[in-house]
Design a protein around this ligand. Structure first.
Ligand code: C5P
Length: 207
């Protein structure tokens, strides 16, 4: 059984993916971490993000173990950098096989990202598309950063989110969009528990 979850930055899809995976005893892959790790591989070597060949090479040679525990991948700057390298087709091609192998795990897998329902797992049993207004997503990200003791202005975060949405939706390769057969969940007015309950109902009704 495969659950595909897509949606924009800070929509809550990662938290939902994790909780659904725990609920069903499935493996969970946050595919954003793969693109973040590619971006970081370039930044660590002072290679500009505009170097497509180097980005492709980094994706082909990516060490995918321990990405989950790597706190250096989580910051806003890395998300921004990931959205640059993720627009390169050879980078996406290099990461596809690993994602599909992961999706085949038994008894099931939850993958979250931007193109899971459309490209990586077009035959997923359940497809969810998670949205929330940019303002609400910025509010959540702002809170999260404050909790971690990091300084960031709400306006800057909102701008960041809008820019990343625009880039992820307008790129020619695997743009962020809901699959035709995805169920859309708008979490703008839902807290984490209510969003999980709603997502669980959607999964149960479509599996
Ligand atoms: O979800 P997260 O914020 O970690 O993703 C970082 C960036 O990686 C996204 O803005 C997007 O450009 C890219 N990404 C992607 N396809 C995925 C997951 C993430 O293009 N499946």
């Amino acid at each position: 059984m495969i659950i595909a979850i897509d949606g924009p930055a800070a929509s809550g899809k990662g938290t939902l993916g994790k909780r659904l995976a725990e609920h069903y005893g499935f493996a969970h892959l946050d595919t954003g971490l793969l693109y973040r790790a590619v971006a970081r591989a370039l930044m660590d070597r002072d290679i500009p993000l505009t170097d497509r060949d180097a980005a492709a090479h980094a994706a082909q040679n990516l060490d995918v173990s321990h990405l989950e525990d790597d706190t250096r991948l989580r910051g806003a700057a890395m998300g921004e950098a990931a959205s640059v390298v993720s627009a390169y087709q050879p980078v996406r091609d290099a990461l596809l096989a690993f994602q599909r192998q992961f999706a085949a795990r038994k008894p099931g897998a939850v993958l979250d990202g931007r193109d899971i329902g459309t490209v990586v797992c077009p035959d997923a049993d359940v497809k969810l598309f998670i949205t929330a207004s940019p303002e609400e997503r910025a509010r959540r990200r702002h809170l999260e950063l404050q909790r971690r003791g990091e300084q960031a202005a709400y306006e800057t975060i909102l701008e960041d989110i809008r820019r990343r949405d625009e880039r992820d939706m307008s790129r020619s390769t695997a743009p962020l969009k809901a699959a035709a057969d995805a169920l859309t969940l708008d979490t703008t007015d839902l807290d984490a528990d209510a969003a999980f309950d709603a997502a669980l109902k959607m999964v149960e009704s479509s599996r």
